[in-house]
Design a protein around this ligand. Structure first.
Ligand code: URA
Length: 433
């Protein structure tokens, strides 16, 4: 078999066989297939798509490229959640400790930022000394002791995804349904969880821009999860507006801490609690109404916050950030972005907001770029708010003032102000099971 022929077959719109998909994934992991050939195949998949059988075969090839974890050392039900990627999406930082506080184990492997979206691992690394690469025995011990541990994807877990993810990030091939579904589910199936809750984002800040595509992606992923014997549910959640008010790593950790303290933004709280309820419900903790009550109780009692603090401590981080978030990295400079006209913020291009934060240093332009954990944006106004000309709509945070100009430009051109008040969008658009 030659990779040239596999690329050509997909380029011409034909379905690839299991053998061809295995040949590609195996050869790419071993370094026998070059990055430029893998890029060409990803681009062919981007344009020609894959049917469910091909997508399932790609998922299994990604899962089988590395170690399939054995979590039998973890006591009790194990549940995981995964987001398809969004802007200001710090839900894992809140949902994981909530669920763990209620006796469901969360042994979580998270990713780094991708394109304009942020990643949980980068956010956690903004906490001084937080360690996201622990030996397996320690990882399992922390899950058993505290209920939750969040680490990065180990080199042994789905190495094919690690290579492909980094390649797609820099070759404009992220937002492809079969590539996203196989990337997420390849990793999820390599981890030994009983329950998987998928947060499939939809709208201008997500990789799937339309609700129809997001539902289709969710159906594919739920189908793959169920075929693999996992209880799998997906929520389609709105990403036409950044979640909460903070975008950028340390700023988002601060917002997550506020939320665990029962403060914070309604939209973010709602999405977190809906995801937590699904995880608890599928783990057999009771009906949804009861699970909702459990979630509210662990937040108001401070138990979820305590679990987050214990996790930070167990993973070597400075747990004092919970009481004193000012110990998180703080940017030297801020700039206020002001409205150019009066009216309602009618809509925002959320991807543009993500790119504006990336410009300030909160994300990567290419593989290996260093992140500035303190950089990012606080949204003083959000979609639906009325602003007078000159009102502050956002505060930019950076350590280099020369970055402000471009970031401000991107943010303003991503914000539409009109006389008309926008119609309210639902936060949770659908549930796919
Ligand atoms: N998250 C992933 O893990 N993979 C993707 O391809 C997109 C989002």
């Amino acid at each position: 078999m030659r990779i040239y022929d596999v690329i050509k077959k997909k380029r011409d719109g034909f379905a690839l066989s299991k053998e061809e998909i295995d040949f590609f994934v195996d050869g790419y992991v071993k370094g026998e297939i070059a990055d430029y050939q893998a890029s060409a195949l990803c681009m062919a998949i981007y344009f020609k798509g894959m049917n469910l059988e091909e997508t399932t075969n790609l998922t299994l090839a990604i899962r089988n490229s590395g170690e399939i974890l054995d979590f039998s050392g973890v006591d009790g039900i194990r549940a995981d959640k995964h987001s398809t990627g969004g802007v200001g999406d710090k839900t894992s930082l809140v949902v994981a400790p909530i669920v763990a506080s209620l006796g469901v184990k969360v042994a979580k492997m998270s990713g780094r930022g991708l394109g304009h979206t942020g990643g949980t691992v980068d956010k956690l690394e903004s906490i001084p000394n937080f360690n996201v690469s622990l030996p397996k025995a320690e990882f399992i011990k922390i899950v058993n002791d505290i209920g939750v541990c969040i680490v990065g994807q180990s080199a042994d877990l789905a190495p094919a995804d690690k290579k492909l993810y980094a390649l797609r990030d820099v070759t404009a091939t992220v937002d492809s349904m079969p590539l996203i579904a196989s990337s997420i589910m390849g990793k999820k199936l390599a981890a030994d969880d009983d329950v998987i809750v998928l947060d499939v984002k939809t709208g201008s800040g997500s990789f799937m821009k339309t609700e129809e595509d997001s539902v289709r992606l969710a159906e594919i992923m739920v189908g793959i999860g169920k075929n693999a014997g996992k209880k799998t549910v997906a929520l389609i959640t709105d990403m036409d507006i950044p979640l909460g008010r903070a975008i950028g790593n340390a700023l988002e950790v601060k917002e997550a801490i506020q939320t665990l303290k029962g403060q914070g933004e309604e939209d973010f709280k709602t999405v977190c609690s809906c995801l937590a309820v699904e995880m608890l419900y599928l783990s057999g903790k009771g009906d949804r109404e009861y699970c909702q009550k459990l979630v509210s109780d662990v937040i108001s009692s401070g138990k979820a916050l305590e679990t987050f603090k214990n996790m930070i401590k167990a993973q070597g981080g400075d747990q004092r950030v919970v009481e004193n978030p000012d110990l998180l990295p703080t940017a030297k400079y801020t700039r206020l972005v002001k409205a150019k006209s009066s009216g309602y913020i009618n809509k925002v291009n959320t991807e543009g907001y993500g790119l504006s934060a990336l410009t300030l240093g909160a994300g990567r332009n290419k593989v290996g770029d260093k992140i500035d954990y303190s950089a990012g944006i606080i949204l003083n106004k959000k979609t639906g708010d009325y602003v007078e000309q000159g009102d502050v709509i956002a505060t930019l945070h950076a350590n280099d003032t020369s970055l402000f100009e471009k970031a401000e430009q991107i943010l303003l051109s991503s914000t539409t102000i009109t006389e008309q008040k926008p119609t309210e969008r639902k936060l949770i658009l659908a549930r796919i099971e």
